[in-house]
Design a protein around this ligand. Structure first.
Ligand code: NAD
Length: 414
């Protein structure tokens, strides 16, 4: 059977939750579709003088609970199905965290590693001009995602401010602190996931402590900070990877040193004293905690039965397919679903936006205290909902999130 596309997978998760809560058919119909899709073609003057045209998207899924929010992904394989799926996930994630946003996502079909600094800046500014009027602090607020970073967010903020005529820091989050970013945003996704992991580890019957072996796929924003924070907490990081491959060392890796090596060589692969393996094989190695933190569709019906971890913290959006979920459940592997695990990013993005709107800035301690509060609350509510409906944590999270969005739609009328 060919693999379902990401949007079909997202619809299947929604339909499952809708069935569990007997969701009104009209509301389900509304939720099965995004509210708006914008496609842009962005001409960029390349360094060699020629013009290349790049294809970009922005999808807004639902705005019943507030302006839409979601990252922008620069990836050669970005496509509409993926962006639609990710926009829908953002709606559930914001509702689950109980923050006043709907969901959106953006994508540009490009391999940013092949662009110069100047080309990347011109592409980003072109994308923002294409989105002019479609995004805004009270409308739709982009943020970083795969292969986009604080520098790109700074260009988005600058271009949008030029188009508006005055500074609009609240139009984008994930900015550098110097221009209205929030303290702690850089490692918020990782830290949020770890706050949830700590709650899980505190549960009866779950064996996970600081001696647990951890494998992390992906060494970007989400993966590298998770590795470094867990290492500082004395967890044993035995496997890491990036797009070029994976490395393992059963004695434990120091992610800070691996990062220095990657900065010099361009990859974690080749780090002295480690065994090299493929990304696919890395996922199948014995460990207590497995953390996919790269791309979607990594644990599927094909390889789920070979996963040997006890707990999976799904930091990457859509890393586990619905078929895989069923198999992992049968194997008693505890999955902490993406919309809960990685919601620390959007939560601190929300804090950043609040600070921008109020022009009053918090210190890092305040940000982290608030983040812990929101993540812990969301975990407890998810756990209770899952228990009540006798479902897994993903379905618990979906039931909670979909119910909240449905209630907002019902109250506002449709
Ligand atoms: P990033 O661009 O910083 O890092 C991506 C990492 O994945 C890189 O190390 C890259 O080498 C690796 N990678 C790329 N292709 C791969 C492949 N085929 N196999 C293995 N590794 C591969 O991106 P990020 O921001 O860390 O995002 C990673 C995941 O986390 C995505 O699913 C994203 O949606 C999700 N996420 C990120 C944030 C955030 O705040 N950054 C928030 C929520 C969710």
């Amino acid at each position: 059977m060919p693999a379902a596309n990401p949007f079909q997978n997202a619809l299947r998760q929604l339909d499952r939750a809708a069935k569990k809560i007997n969701l009104n058919e009209d509301i389900l119909n509304i939720l099965r579709n995004p509210i708006r899709i914008l496609q842009v073609y962005i001409p960029v003057r390349m360094d060699d003088g020629k013009v290349k045209v790049f294809h970009g998207y922005r999808v807004q899924h639902n705005e019943s609970r507030g302006p839409t929010k979601g990252g922008v992904r620069y990836h050669p394989k970005a496509d509409l199905s993926e962006v639609k799926a990710l926009a829908m996930l953002m709606t559930w994630k914001c509702a689950l965290m109980d923050i006043p946003y709907g969901g959106a996502k953006g994508g540009v079909v490009v391999d940013p590693k092949k662009l110069s600094h100047g080309e990347l800046e011109r592409l980003t500014r072109g994308y923002v001009r294409g989105l002019n009027g479609f995004i805004g602090p009270n409308r739709d607020i982009p943020a970083p995602d795969v292969y986009t970073n604080p520098q790109i967010m700074a260009w988005i903020m600058d271009e949008a401010s030029r188009l508006t005529g005055y500074n609009v820091p609240g139009i984008v989050t994930g900015k550098p602190v110097e221009i209205g970013g929030s303290h702690g945003r850089q490692y918020a996704t990782a830290q949020g996931g770890i706050f949830v992991l700590q709650e899980v580890c505190g549960m009866k019957g779950v064996k996970c402590d600081r001696f647990s072996r951890v494998i992390i796929q992906g060494f970007g924003n989400a993966g590298s900070y998770t590795a470094k924070i867990l290492h500082s907490m004395k967890f044993k990081i035995i496997g890491l990877s990036d797009s070029k491959g994976a490395i393992m060392d059963l004695k434990g890796l120091d992610p800070n040193k691996v990062e220095t090596y990657k900065d010099k060589t361009g990859s974690v692969v080749g780090y002295p004293g480690t065994k090299k393996l493929t990304n696919a094989k890395l996922l199948e190695q014995p460990c207590e905690i497995l953390i996919p933190a790269a791309l979607d569709n990594q644990i599927t019906g094909q390889n789920a039965n070979r996963i040997k971890a006890k707990i999976i913290l799904e930091l990457a959006n859509g890393a586990i397919t619905p078929e895989a979920d069923d198999k992992l459940n049968k194997k008693n592997i505890l999955v902490i679903p993406d919309i809960l695990s990685n919601a620390g990013g959007v939560t601190v993005s929300y804090f950043e936006w609040v600070q921008n709107m109020q022009q009053y800035y918090w210190d890092e301690e305040e940000v982290m205290a608030q983040l812990r509060k929101v993540m812990t609350r969301a975990f407890k509510q998810t756990f209770e909902t899952a228990k009540l409906h006798q479902v897994d944590l993903r379905m618990g999270a979906y039931i909670l999130a979909v119910s909240r969005v449905a209630e907002a739609i019902k109250l506002r009328g449709y």
